[in-house]
Design a protein around this ligand. Structure first.
Ligand code: SAH
Length: 288
């Protein structure tokens, strides 16, 4: 069950609004009235509602709370065009280009036929993990975005680590096509050189162009394939490398975690209080 907290705001407040760890959307009605929507997988408490209200001091009315039941998230993520801010990233579609503020890293994603507009909690949590890794001084020379969808995570990595070589793979040829378009739209070149993203169709990491070791792997897929692919994904992770897994529900997290932790990875994050946790691991560097 998803809760939506809504409050009226000004356009400036909509553009400034940021609530790390939450999906926040800004909408404009005909006539220039704006409002903010906060999506929460837990029933929002007073503190959260007050935090949202503080983002819109101009509001004349208190925030309202409603419930979205059995939401089709994929459909939702494809229809929603509203911008989402996660850490330094600002994910937006063309009509919202004016909401990009200085200091933010714009990821311009056209809503369309692939998953990954930034509205699903799994995408948000992966972007947050990528952003935190950068903030904490993580170095990335070679990265893999497995199940790239729109290419949003690969683009986030490319913007944070400008010299990284990135592979963005998806089993779905349509996603690969969409990801290529989004590279172009975001001014990132396709290819294998530093600063480029190589997009390709692949099932898992076994295809030859994916061979090698990565110091960052993000895989926002689903619990079952993540468990199945644990051996190959762990093998593809370089010593000292960072792994981010998402697409799993809290109730599935423990089994996915076990499949990776059991292969010698060290757990960096296992969020318990969110419906769609992103699990984070590192691979130990060999002892000298
Ligand atoms: N990375 C994007 C999209 C995630 S949706 C984001 O974070 O928003 C998951 C994607 O994984 C889909 O595009 C799906 O086609 C792809 N996928 C599913 N199984 C896969 C596999 N075995 N190998 C590669 N990609 C896969």
């Amino acid at each position: 069950m998803t809760f939506v907290v809504t409050i009226g705001c000004t356009e400036a407040e909509a553009a400034e609004a940021d609530l790390p760890g939450f999906t926040l959307a800004a909408h404009e009605r005909d006539g220039g009235a704006w409002w903010l929507e906060l999506y929460s997988e837990q029933r929002p408490n007073e503190a959260l509602i007050a935090t949202l209200a503080a983002l819109a001091p101009s509001a004349k009315a208190l925030p309202t709370v409603r419930v979205l039941e059995n939401r089709d998230w994929v459909k939702f993520s494809q229809s929603a065009l509203v911008p989402v801010t996660v850490g330094r990233f600002h994910v937006y579609a063309k009509p919202f280009a004016h909401t990009l503020r200085p200091g933010r890293i714009g990821l311009k994603i056209e809503a369309g036929r692939a998953f990954g507009t930034g509205h699903h909690a799994t995408t948000v949590n992966c972007l947050a993990a990528i952003d935190a890794h950068k903030r904490h001084g993580g170095r990335v020379r070679r990265a893999l975005d497995l199940g790239t969808g729109t290419g949003v995570l690969a683009l986030g990595i490319a913007k944070h680590w400008r010299r990284a070589r990135i592979v963005a793979a998806d089993i779905d040829p349509v996603a690969v096509e969409v990801a290529r378009t989004n590279l172009r739209v975001n001014g990132v070149r396709g290819g294998r050189a530093p600063g480029m993203i190589q997009t390709l169709r692949a099932d898992g990491t076994r295809a030859r162009p994916l061979h090698g070791r990565y110091d960052l792997i993000v895989a926002n897929i689903l619990a079952r394939p993540l468990r199945r692919m644990a051996p190959e994904i762990v093998r593809a992770l370089a010593p000292g490398g960072r792994l981010v897994l998402a697409g799993l529900l809290q109730g599935q997290a423990r089994r996915v975690w076990a499949a990776y932790a059991g292969r010698g990875l060290r757990t960096v994050a296992f969020p318990r209080r969110v419906a769609w946790p992103a699990l984070e691991f590192t691979r130990a560097t060999p002892k000298r």
